[in-house]
Design a protein around this ligand. Structure first.
Ligand SMILES: Cc1cc2nc3c(=O)[nH]c(=O)nc-3n(C[C@H](O)[C@H](O)[C@H](O)COP(=O)(O)OP(=O)(O)OC[C@H]3O[C@@H](n4cnc5c(N)ncnc54)[C@H](O)[C@@H]3O)c2cc1C
Length: 324
């Protein structure tokens, strides 16, 4: 039977929620094509990750456990994923459109001589067959593409597919004898300087408080107390990052992260198309801006025309009082 192979991302033994969105995509694609889906877990000592994935209805969880896969270096991971896809006869290889997915999957596509679609946000029936919907030009256009090669490689936007729920099945775990050929790779792992934060990861957060250039050097003073009350992640526009008010990894948008939380606060953000490309799929958008004509209000569910320096602290205080 034709198969989809889903690449699982994980961190410290925990499956990333974005990968469950890739599972949700696979379920939709499988329902339309009659395919089944398997999941690939690469890394070192990844038994708990594989075990956690057995409840998601996959035909099998393929585990490539190898010291050379301990860090997700694209050349070694891509080789093993392509080997695995060939070994199990996968017709579709899919991962979440994260930094990692976007680094690894194009290399898998080259190895498999497969056509690729990135940032997929939907599945559509076209006259020529089943197509994939994806944003183009910073989300100003949406295109439907058909991959004409037998093997297809895709990255899917987690924001477009709600994370799959566990179905309680018990997928078999199968060991795959990975040969990463790390010695042949021109890339080697040196160190990982991760951001240490007690806040939720931007890509996984249910609530995001994002600030723009208008907050100037009060960026932290305005966003942090509100984020603390809401247990939110903090994000920023590119202008706020470029001007040095917020760190790089906060950036949301076309050239930053793509997010879709339950609740998104856009504070002193004008709503340029490149920013909207990264957050307009948020479930509820609240805009706070002193200029009521800004484009952010066109996508906002709730808008407050006010000075953020007084309105946000007041809101924060009221929320604190509500929470006792
Ligand atoms: C190729 C390309 C890629 C890009 N990628 C991204 C991207 O990934 N993400 C991104 O965000 N941008 C991106 N940009 C930049 C984008 O075009 C905008 O310049 C940027 O989003 C503007 O950020 P901003 O809204 O914070 O700043 P501004 O446009 O300067 O807006 C500041 C806002 O703050 C408001 N304000 C000021 N003071 C206050 C106050 N006291 N209280 C309330 N409101 C106040 C103003 O009314 C205004 O709306 C990209 C641009 C290009 C060309």
């Amino acid at each position: 039977m034709s198969k989809i192979l889903i690449v699982a991302e994980h961190d410290k033994g925990i499956v990333k929620k974005v990968s469950l969105s890739a599972v949700a995509f696979a379920r939709q694609w499988a329902a339309k094509t009659g395919m089944s889906y398997d999941i690939a877990v690469l890394g070192q000592n990844v038994g708990p990750v594989a075990a956690a994935l057995t409840a998601y209805g996959a035909g099998a969880i393929h585990v490539a456990d190898h010291a050379d896969l301990a860090h997700p270096l694209a050349p070694t991971w891509a080789k093993v994923l392509a080997d695995l896809a060939l070994d199990i006869g996968a017709d579709v290889v899919v991962a979440a459109a994260t930094t990692l997915g976007k680094d690894i999957l194009p290399r898998v596509a080259v190895r498999l001589e497969a056509g690729m679609a990135s940032d997929v946000i939907g599945i559509v029936q076209t006259k020529e067959g089943l197509g994939l919907r994806r944003p183009m030009w910073a989300g100003n256009l949406v295109g439907d593409v058909i991959i004409t090669t037998d093997t297809k490689v895709l990255t899917v936007r987690a924001a477009a597919f709600d994370a799959a729920e566990a179905t309680g099945g018990n997928s078999p775990i199968k060991a795959f004898a990975a040969q990463p050929d790390a010695a042949k790779s021109r890339t080697r792992f040196v160190s990982f300087d991760g951001v240490q934060s007690t806040r939720p990861d931007l890509a996984e957060a249910a609530v995001i408080v994002a600030g723009g250039r208008g907050l100037k050097d009060k960026f932290n003073a305005v966003t942090e107390p509100l984020a603390d009350v809401l247990g939110a992640a903090i994000g920023a526009s590119r202008a706020a990052v470029d001007d040095g008010f917020a760190p790089n990894d906060y950036q949301i948008g076309q050239t930053g992260k793509v997010v879709a939380p339950q609740l998104y606060f856009a504070i002193a953000i004008s709503g340029a198309v490149q920013h909207l490309a990264g957050m307009k799929n948020s479930k509820v958008i609240v805009a706070i801006n002193k200029n009521g004509d800004e484009p952010i209000f066109k996508v906002a569910d709730y808008g407050l025309v006010a000075d953020a320096f007084s309105a946000v602290p007041e809101l924060t205080q009221k929320l604190k009082a509500l929470r006792g």
